[in-house]
Design a protein around this ligand. Structure first.
Ligand code: HT7
Ligand code: ZN
Length: 859
């Protein structure tokens, strides 16, 4: 397959300062007139991107061009000779109703909607569809007034009015030059939840959240989240909003979570609509974080954009870091950190260890849609966090201000970004940038020895990054490890250079020795390392269960308390896998249970302590891996924990759930612990547990607990389970977002036959990405033991769904295909089945996006 290479970047030889777009909207034949002012910047041809456009007219300085004046192929329009300054006009016709790929202009729920990142704009009109061409957009659109009473685009509204034949028009002006991927247009009939915000500069901003008719009250939380985001960016980064209007539009059919178009964010409705009856705490949290993420892009992405798509992490990694900080400030910092690391380890570490591994800033790509990965987003965010540890918060904040001030209005690179932190910190950060070029998760080995006579602790650190596809040699990277010396009594030991017993060790070579001198006669301290997960690495320490338990009880960092139990649980699950007759370690189970009880006053944290590592994470520790055996071993440990905590579970669940419902962190924490107890009740797997869960299901006063009961009931074959599945469907069949959950819990907990049955359900809809993901992603990405079942049934059902989905929506199919990313690690029988499925898909003919994943996976 052809790939695009970073080294081949060349600037666009023309500037297009202004563009006018004129849309005459009809679902099956929308006419788009484009008029641009072009000026030459350097030598080169005038080449525009354009795909699937019916060309009616093409004019240069007002003169219609003839066929000899230009060349056209499936993807471009090329004019060899043009003047140094000219006006260029095209008129094309497009068919939004036939656009099932959901890139460009399409129809969702009978309304027009656009998605232009990364390369959607070329499906709308001819344009240099690359992020470094930034223009001022003026948009005019007309449409049937009854069917499309609301007409929205970027910027602020201009003229509007009625036209003959029941049509009307509206104009929008965006004064901020922007790349085409930030263009947006929405037209249709919506209800709106309105509010306003006054910026720190005293500017008034009209806010609107546009949703399906009758759903306006479900937009309140998104609106609250938007106002909180606007305030937070002012307080934390000194950045205010820069237009008089900010709108969000919710659409049901969307390939991603949301899109940060200037002044007109478009959201997957799953991340806008919520009310206490239908949404879980996880939904409320996700809405808050995604609304924040898209809003924060206004500065990190829109005002300062990317020079080319290789710099994607410049906006995405940084903006994920910003949204994580926002959530930490609004909720609990340690709980947020644990959740972020769970996600990183579950998704990004897995990606980094398989055939799809790539650097945060890759050197080449086959299909740009496939670059929106956990590595670019999540590891990209971790690198920013590691940078804050390396240079300190003060230099980081100064560097951010330099970045905002120096690069505002530009299309920038990672080098530009780091130049700001070099200025702010006075340090050479060239070695840090190796992180961006090197794939794979570094492994850090920690060895300690204690010299009692010299009261000296010697810490030996080594780093090694495993080989990844096409990158066998790895260089050392600077790894900032927060560390502390624990005294075993809940405090820290003092030592030279360790203020309050804490420091940051920078491991920037392959090996490093650190000697810590403690006061004479001091007792041996316990070393706490990579506190708060200061660097995205795997820590390898040769500690036995007793030492880890001692460390867990001496820890002062909540992240490491949780992480010590994760390490202990992982080791125990592998022991149980290797010795299926042996009972789970009672001492470990007691210790986890005690930690849960001890932290009940912080219920969100206590809930996380009950969570054993997921199969996807355990996968990474073994090769070949037996997912069925691993799942059994994990279930045995969970069963033992459930038995030990059952008295506590009964007590916690007999207490009333908080009312009236509020989606705040405090209430969500209480519900998280109740939900954890519901999960442990389910882990008992008995008919008695099924009865108890059904009774909790019937009484549940909120969606978080109701769904938790349903999830826990599904693996227990019982009348109660069947009744709950039916009742849930009957209650919510008219709410697609809740029915997505109904599909997802069954696919996530069931067998391949259940996934197959769900994919045949009358409500299963291949043209809706949320619904497809609710079966296929829930099964293949969260139910790994069944997906990788040795009889190949899981691979087959997912392969079949992908094959069908790919015919309509290649970006969706390609994303689902990433669920095969760990196939090479599987035990031989499941491995052969995964390989056969990938080969069958490859040989059956796939889209470019899907083929890019399959080819890399099979390589
Ligand atoms: N920047 C947005 C990315 C996005 C996207 C990418 C490919 C195909 C469809 C897409 N929709 C949105 C989302 C974000 O990170 O904020
Ligand atoms: Zn983003």
């Amino acid at each position: 397959p052809v790939s695009v290479k970073l080294e081949n970047y060349t600037p666009y030889p023309f500037a297009i300062d202004n563009v006018s777009l004129d849309f005459s909207l009809e679902p099956e034949a929308t006419r788009v007139r484009t008029r641009m002012q072009v000026r030459r910047l350097g030598p080169g041809e005038f080449v525009l991107d354009g795909v699937g456009l019916l060309l009616n007219s093409i004019k240069l300085n007002g003169d219609e061009l003839s066929l000899e004046d230009y060349e056209r192929d499936d993807e471009t329009l090329r004019l060899r000779s043009v003047p140094d300054a000219f006006t260029f006009e095209t008129e094309v016709v497009i068919n939004p109703a036939a656009n099932t790929a959901l890139s460009g202009l399409y129809i969702s729920g009978g309304r027009f909607c656009s998605q232009c990142e990364a390369t959607g704009f070329r499906h709308i009109t001819f344009w240099p569809d690359r992020p470094d061409v930034m223009s001022r957009f003026h948009v005019r659109m007309d449409a049937d007034k009854a069917r499309y009473p609301i007409l929205l685009s970027n910027g602020t509204p201009g003229d509007s009015g009625d036209l003959p034949d029941g049509r009307h028009y509206a104009e929008w002006d965006d004064p901020h030059p922007k790349p085409s991927y930030l263009f947006a247009l929405c037209a249709g009939d919506y209800d709106v939840w309105r509010d306003s915000f006054t910026t720190m500069n005293g500017d008034h901003v009209d806010l609107g959240v546009y949703v399906d008719k009758g759903q306006a009250d479900r937009a309140q939380w998104a609106m609250e989240s938007l106002k909180a985001s606007m305030k937070w960016d002012e307080e934390r980064f000194g950045r205010a909003y820069d237009l008089g209007v900010f709108n969000i539009v919710a659409v049901r059919d969307f390939n991603f979570g949301a899109m940060e178009n200037k002044g007109l964010n478009i959201f997957n409705s799953a991340y806008v609509l919520a009310n206490p009856e239908s949404a879980t705490d996880a939904d409320f949290e996700a809405i808050e974080s995604i609304v924040g993420h898209e809003y924060f892009h206004n500065w990190t992405g829109n005002r300062i954009t990317c020079r080319d798509w290789f710099q994607l992490c410049l906006k995405e990694g940084l903006t994920v870091f910003r949204d994580q900080e926002f959530s930490s400030d609004l909720r609990s910092r340690p709980v947020q950190r644990i959740k972020d690391v769970m996600r990183l380890r579950g998704r990004q570490f897995a990606e980094d260890a398989g055939p799809l591994a790539h650097p945060v800033r890759p050197q080449s790509y086959g299909s740009i849609d496939n670059l929106y990965t956990a590595t670019v987003y999540e590891k990209g965010a971790e690198l920013i966090r590691a940078l804050t540890v390396l240079i300190g918060d003060e230099a980081f904040n100064r560097g951010m201000q330099i970045y905002f001030d120096e690069f505002d209005g530009t299309a920038s690179t990672i080098e530009d970004f780091y130049s700001c932190f070099e200025k702010a910190s006075g340090r050479d950060l060239s070695q840090f940038r190796i992180w961006y070029a090197q794939a794979g998760t570094p492994e850090v080995t920690v060895d300690e020895s204690w010299d009692e006579k010299k009261s000296t602790l010697t810490i030996k650190l080594t780093q090694k990054t495993p080989a990844t596809p096409k990158q066998s040699e790895k260089k050392p990277v600077p790894i900032p490890l927060r560390a502390a010396l624990l005294d075993g009594r809940g405090g820290h030991c003092t030592a030279d250079g360790w203020e309050n017993g804490e420091t940051v060790i920078i491991l920037d070579e392959a090996k490093k020795k650190v000697e810590v001198k403690l006061p004479e006669g001091a007792a041996r301290p316990l070393l706490s390392i990579n506190r708060e997960f200061s660097a995205p690495v795997r820590i390898k320490r040769d500690l036995g269960t007793a030492q880890l338990l001692e460390l867990a009880s001496a820890e002062t960092d909540p992240f490491n308390i949780w992480d010590n139990f994760q390490t202990l649980s992982k080791t125990e699950i592998f022991r149980l896998l290797d010795d299926p007759q042996s009972p789970p370690d009672a001492e470990l189970v007691r210790a986890i249970a005690d930690a849960v009880r001890h932290n009940e006053s912080d219920p969100a944290f206590a809930a996380l302590l009950t969570a054993l590592p997921e199969i996807g994470e355990l996968f990474q520790e073994r090769e070949p891996v037996d997912p069925t055996g691993l799942n059994e071993a994990r279930k045995r440990l969970r069963h033992a924990l459930a038995e030990t905590l059952m008295v506590d579970a009964s007590r916690i669940l007999s207490e009333p759930t908080p009312t009236p419902f509020a989606p705040n962190a405090e209430q969500a924490g209480i519900r998280a612990l109740r939900t954890a107890m519901i999960g442990l009740t389910g882990a008992l797997g008995t008919q008695d547990a099924a009865r108890q869960l059904k009774s909790l299901f019937d009484q549940a006063a909120n969606m978080t607990e109701k769904l938790a009961c349903l999830r826990s009931l599904i693996p227990i074959e019982s009348m109660e389970r069947d009744e709950a599945i039916e009742a849930f469907y009957a209650d919510w069949k008219d709410n697609p977002l809740v029915i997505d959950k109904w599909f997802a819990v069954q696919a996530g907990q069931g067998k391949a036959a259940d996934a197959e049955r769900l994919s045949q359900h009358p409500d299963f809809d291949l043209s809706n990405p949320n619904r497809v993901r609710s079966v296929a992603a829930a099964f293949a990405m969260t139910n790994l033991a069944e997906f990788h079942a040795p009889d190949g049934s899981g691979h087959k059902v997912i392969g079949d769904i992908i094959e069908e989905a790919d015919k309509r929506n290649p970006a969706l199919a390609a994303r689902l295909l990433t669920s095969f990313e760990q196939w090479k690690k599987l035990e031989p029988v499941a491995k052969a089945s995964a390989k056969a499925t990938l080969e069958r898909l490859r040989d059956g003919g796939l889209s470019k996006n899907a083929m890019d994943i399959v080819a890399r996976a099979l390589d």
